[in-house]
Ligand binder design. Structure first.
Ligand code: NAP
Length: 503
C-alpha cells in the first residue's frame, strides 16, 4: 500500500491534498501533530470526509513529530476519535491509552482502530533494534512499525537483516519497516523486499519524514503497487546519487515494455559490500557513478572491453560467474558524435578534452580509438599526464598557457569537468577561450542542460552536443545489457517530458 502522509495545518487543506493524490495512494496518515491546535476539535469528522482508510498519528517531538502536549492529552484525543472511523492509530512503543481497539481478525471501521505499534529514530539506528522489534511485535493484534535512519551501506543491509529476522518470526503478519533519509530510500521503493506492507510518502513541500517523495513518484516512477516478490531490481550506486536522472530513464522503459522490474537509486559508501549483498535485494544489474567508477573494478569477477584501459566501470551485471563490469560511457559518448560524422560526411580529426576524471577517460579513450588526435587539459596536470600516458594522447594544464597549446585542436571541444554543473552553475572551465563558431562543442554535464560554456558556444554559432544525449545513449546500452531487450526509445516522449510527466 502507498500511504499518503497529510501534513497540512488545516483539515480542509489535508482533504484537498488527499483528493488531488487520490489515484496514487491507497490510504492516508493524518499527521494530526502538524495541525493548528484548534483543528484538533474536529478530528473525528475527518475519516468520513476523506473516504479512504486512514491512520491517525500524533507524533511527539522526541520521535520526530510536532506534538508538544502531554501523554494524557494525547490519550484523550485518541479516545475521542476511537469510534470515528480511523482504521489505525499509531502508538509509540511506550504509549498506552485505554481504548476499545480492533483485533486482527475484525474488520470494518465500526470495530474501532487497530494499533500500529511504532518506534522511530530520526538520527540513526538503535544498537538493540532486534530487541525493540520483539517488544513491538509482542501483541499479535498490533502492527509493528520500525522507522530508523541508516547512515551507510552497512546500516541499510542491517535493516535487511532485521527484515529477514522479522519475516521468519512474524511470518505473514503485517509489519512496517522503514529507513528514513537518503540511505534508507530503497526501503521506500522496495517495501516488499523489506517485508513492509506500507510505503509512506508526502505530497506537499512539508515532508512528514526525511526521504518521503511525492505519491506519484512511488506509484508511477517506482510502480510500488505493481511490484511482486519476483520484481527484478536494478539501480544506480553512487554518492551522491539522489539527483540521478537514470531512474526516470530506466523505469520509463520498464513501464513501457510492461516489465516487472524497477530501477532504484542506492546511496552507497561501500560498493564492494553492496555488490556482495546485492543479490539479497534481488539486484541483477547496476549503473555505477561518482565516486565508485574506478573502485568497483577491483570487486569485479570479469570485465568487458575498455574497462581496464579506461580504468572506469559504469555498469555491472550479475550472472552465474559473479559480477561483470562494462563501460558504456565510451559508446554512449561516441553515439551523438557518430551521428554528426555520418550526417556531415566529415569526421573531426582533433579534439580538446577538458578534465581528466572518469568521464574524461571514457571520452579520450573513445576519441583516440576512433583515430582522433587528442589533448587533455586539466586543472591538476598530473592527472592529465597520467590519463595521456594510459590512453595515448597529449596533456597540458587547464590554464591560459595550456589553452594556447590546445588551439590547433579546438575543432572539437569536449567538456567533461564538473565545473558548471549544478549547483556551481557560475563556473566556466574554458572561460579564457573565445569560440569562433567553427567548433563543435560537446558538453557532457546534463544538469543544467545549458551550462555557461554552452551558452557562450551557442552565441558564437557553434554546433553543440548536450550532456543528456550521452546520458540517454549510455542508459539505452545499459538497459539492453540488463534485460536483453532494446530500449523503447521511439515509443517514449523525450526525456525532459518523461520528467515532467512523472514528478
Ligand atoms: P570526476 O572523476 O570527479 O572528475 C572531475 C573533473 O572535473 C576533474 O578533472 C577535476 O579536475 C575537474 N574539476 C572539478 N572542478 C573543477 C573546477 N572548478 N575547475 C576546473 N576543473 C574542475 O568526475 P567525472 O565522473 O569525470 O564526471 C565529471 C562530469 O561529467 C560530471 O558533471 C558528471 O555529471 C558528468 N558526466 C556526464 C555523463 C553523461 O552521461 N552525460 C556521464 C558521466 C559523467 P581535478 O583533477 O583538477 O580535480
Amino acid at each position: 500500500m502507498i500511504c499518503l502522509s497529510l501534513t497540512e495545518r488545516r483539515l480542509e487543506d489535508n482533504l484537498e491534498v488527499a483528493k488531488a493524490q487520490a489515484d496514487h495512494a491507497d490510504c492516508c496518515e493524518l499527521r494530526a501533530d502538524f495541525l493548528e491546535p484548534e483543528e484538533l476539535a474536529s478530528l473525528d469528522r475527518f475519516p468520513r470526509l476523506l473516504g479512504k482508510p486512514c491512520i491517525l498519528t500524533l507524533r511527539r517531538r522526541c520521535d520526530g513529530g510536532l506534538f508538544d502536549g502531554t501523554d494524557a492529552e494525547r490519550a484523550a484525543i485518541f479516545r475521542r476519535c476511537a469510534r470515528s472511523g480511523f482504521r489505525w492509530f499509531d502508538f509509540e512503543l511506550d504509549f498506552r491509552a485505554e481504548l476499545p481497539v480492533r483485533t486482527g481478525a475484525e474488520t470494518g471501521p465500526e470495530k474501532g482502530p487497530r494499533i500500529i505499534r511504532s518506534h522511530h529514530n530520526t538520527t540513526g539506528m538503535d544498537s538493540d533494534l532486534t530487541a525493540i522489534a520483539r517488544y513491538l511485535s509482542e501483541n499479535e493484534n498490533e502492527i509493528p512499525k520500525i522507522a530508523v535512519t541508516p547512515r551507510s551501506t552497512a546500516e541499510l543491509f542491517a535493516l535487511l537483516d532485521l527484515a529477514a529476522e522479522l519475516g521468519s518470526r512474524l511470518k505473514t503478519r503485517e509489519k512496517i519497516l522503514l529507513g528514513m533519509g537518503e540511505w534508507g530510500f530503497p526501503t521506500r521503493v522496495l517495501p516488499l523486499r523489506f517485508g513492509s506492507s506500507v510505503s509512506y510518502c508526502t505530497a506537499g513541500p512539508v515532508r512528514a519524514a526525511p526521504g518521503h517523495v511525492p505519491p506519484k513518484e512511488l506509484d508511477l516512477l517506482y510502480r510500488v503497487r505493481a511490484q511482486s516478490g519476483g520484481t527484478r531490481v536494478y539501480g544506480i550506486i553512487g554518492n551522491p546519487v539522489m539527483h540521478s536522472r537514470s531512474p526516470f530513464i530506466h523505469n520509463a522503459g520498464f513501464a513501457e515494455l510492461g516489465l516487472d522490474a524497477v530501477y532504484v537509486p542506492f546511496l552507497t559508501d561501500d560498493p564492494a559490500l553492496f555488490l556482495d549483498r546485492a543479490e539479497e535485494l534481488g539486484v541483477e544489474g547496476l549503473s555505477v557513478t561518482v565516486p565508485h567508477k574506478r573502485a568497483v573494478i577491483s570487486r569485479l569477477d570479469g570485465s568487458g572491453p575498455g574497462v581496464e584501459k579506461v580504468g572506469a566501470c559504469n555498469t555491472v551485471v550479475r550472472g552465474d560467474g559473479g559480477w561483470t563490469g562494462y563501460n558504456y560511457d565510451v559508446a554512449g559518448f561516441l553515439e551523438p558524435l557518430k551521428r554528426i560524422w555520418e550526417s556531415t560526411g566529415r569526421k573531426h580529426r582533433k579534439a580538446v578534452v577538458l578534465g581528466a576524471g572518469g568521464a574524461a577517460r571514457a571520452a579520450a579513450y573513445a576519441l583516440v580509438t576512433e583515430g582522433l588526435e587528442v589533448i587533455v587539459l586539466n586543472r591538476t596536470l598530473e592527472k592529465a599526464r597520467a590519463l595521456a600516458r594510459d590512453i595515448g594522447c597529449r596533456a597540458a594544464r587547464l590554464d591560459d598557457e595550456g589553452i594556447d597549446e590546445a588551439r590547433s585542436y579546438t575543432e572539437l571541444v569536449v567538456q567533461t569537468t564538473s565545473a558548471g554543473m549544478h549547483p556551481r552553475e557560475e563556473l566556466d572551465p574554458f572561460a579564457p577561450y573565445d569560440f569562433t563558431g567553427d567548433e563543435t562543442v560537446y558538453e557532457i554535464i546534463y544538469a543544467p542542460r545549458e551550462t555557461r560554456l554552452v551558452r557562450r558556444a551557442e552565441k558564437a554559432g557553434c554546433r553543440v552536443i548536450y550532456g543528456e544525449e550521452m546520458l540517454l545513449e549510455q542508459a539505452y546500452l545499459q538497459f539492453e545489457k540488463f534485460i536483453g531487450r532494446s530500449y523503447p526509445r521511439e515509443d517514449l516522449p523525450k526525456y525532459d517530458r518523461i520528467l515532467q510527466r512523472l514528478v
